[in-house]
Design a protein around this ligand. Structure first.
Ligand code: ASP
Length: 436
């Protein structure tokens, strides 16, 4: 009992890290003999798979239904456009860096676990685009067809959004009820995710132990390479995409980053865009002088659908898993990844670790499925083990992206107080009057 109490009281992140380290040590000590713990890891993979479809359906419906068509005016269209463009660019940068660093290349997971989890024929990009439109959306959901499910969920959510604005009282009321139902379902799923994550330390221990038992200390290299690739891509996106975007809208990037830093640091430590929202709003208003009319719409929208860091992470990790299982991604598969990672990042909730769950959907779209006991599941579990580390960086970038786009839109709309930008340092670091 005491052990259990101690387990649940300890910080989850710390427990996962301990599980990771203990798994690596156990794997190194016992070698392939550690195989017997693998059911503990398989349960974890199954639990994760269990929540993917419900999470995708409920969160996407709620996400799409939250964008009020009436508010989707000039600001909304600009913000949506910039959010989508920067996210697509982010996946491309992730893929670029992944192709240069080639994390996972030379690993022999396929040889040890069998090339399970790979579909025989990856579909072409054109076919993927065509097949996005489902013939029977209910079948798409039960078959786990991610793109079709997303398509239908967004369409359904948009329908709700429109009807919530209906002139007819009856229709408005029913649409709001449907919205509340899906919103409630999404909340329930977050709760379930939370419970499953309580098991994560044990699952991670078992999965990592098996990987290190098979691979020995050679597994360190690929994990280091994934981390390095993700962080290099994150920094590149910050330096190229955001600085470029801000310069186009005549905002000084350095002045921007100096003002955004509170939100960036909060996101880094909390690993939650949603949780950082109050800080981002405060930064937008007080430090950047952005009008409420813009940020009150664009920041919550960004925290819900704009996840550039997550998109980068997904790009790098899909490449890693492809290399690790001996099935490197083809060019057309990488194009598919751009499309699905943009959609996956839209569907990613702004809470810790959700990007790793949505990664399964991106993998799915290029013919890799995370089935217990397969090479794909092994490679996936390796990155899941270090997810906290990757989540910190990607969440910081997610939040920075929300602020950068909000700033650009505000500038374009003339909704920004230029007084806030006259001095190089942000206001709170200026000397008090009389001190200077
Ligand atoms: N933790 C990220 C966020 O809140 C989402 C993710 O896991 O990628 O923005």
């Amino acid at each position: 009992m005491k052990v259990l109490r101690f387990y649940f009281r300890t910080n989850l992140l710390l427990r996962i890290l301990v599980g990771l380290a203990a798994g690596a040590v156990a794997g190194l000590i016992f070698g392939p003999k550690i195989q017997w713990v693998s059911p503990l890891g398989d349960i974890f993979v199954r639990l994760l798979k269990l929540i993917v479809m419900p999470v995708v359906v409920f969160t996407l419906v709620v996400g799409a239904a939250s964008i009020h068509p009436a508010r989707l005016g000039k600001v909304g269209v600009k913000a949506l456009l910039l959010y989508t463009l920067t996210t697509a660019l982010a996946v491309a940068i992730g893929l670029l860096v992944g192709n240069v660093f080639k994390p996972g290349l030379g690993m022999t997971l396929a040889g040890t676990a069998g090339a399970g989890g790979l579909k025989a024929e990856p579909t072409s990009l054109l076919q993927t685009v065509l097949e996005i439109v489902p013939l029977n959306p209910f079948k798409s959901i039960t078959d786990g067809n991610m793109l079709q499910t997303i398509f239908f969920a967004i369409l359904f959510g948009m329908g709700i959004a429109y009807l919530r604005e209906s002139k007819e009282e009856r229709i408005r009321a029913s649409a709001n009820t449907v919205f509340a139902f899906f919103d409630g379902c999404a909340e329930v799923m977050y709760k379930v995710v939370h419970w499953i994550l309580e098991y994560a330390p044990i699952g991670v221990f078992a999965l990592i132990a098996v990987v290190f038992g098979e691979q020995g200390s050679e597994a360190f290299g690929p994990l280091g390479m994934v981390t390095l690739s993700v962080y290099v891509a994150l920094l590149l996106h910050l330096a190229v995409a955001y600085s470029g975007l801000l310069l186009v809208f005549r905002v000084g990037p350095l002045a921007f980053f100096a003002r955004a830093k509170d939100a960036m640091v909060t996101a880094f430590v909390t690993r939650s865009s949603g949780g950082t929202l109050p800080v981002s709003m405060d930064v937008a208003e007080k430090k950047m002088g952005i009008s409420k009319g813009v940020y009150s719409f664009s920041l919550p929208l960004g925290a819900t659908i704009n996840m550039d860091g997550t998109a980068i992470y997904q790009g790098v990790c899909v490449l890693f898993i492809g290399f690790a299982v001996g099935a490197p991604l083809t060019f057309s598969q990488q194009m598919t990844v751009i499309l699905t990672a943009v959609l996956a990042s839209i569907g990613t909730a702004g809470v810790p670790g959700s990007g790793a769950i949505m990664l399964m959907m991106v993998l799915n779209s290029v013919g890799m499925t995370v089935e217990p006991g397969t090479a794909v599941a092994m490679a996936y579990s390796m990155i899941f083990g270090i997810d906290a580390l990757l989540d910190m960086g990607r969440t910081a970038l997610n939040v920075t992206g929300d602020l950068a786009v909000t700033c650009a839109v505000a500038k374009a709309e003339g909704e920004i107080d230029s007084g806030c930008w006259l001095d190089a340092p942000p206001r709170d670091t200026l000397p008090e009057a009389g001190e200077a």
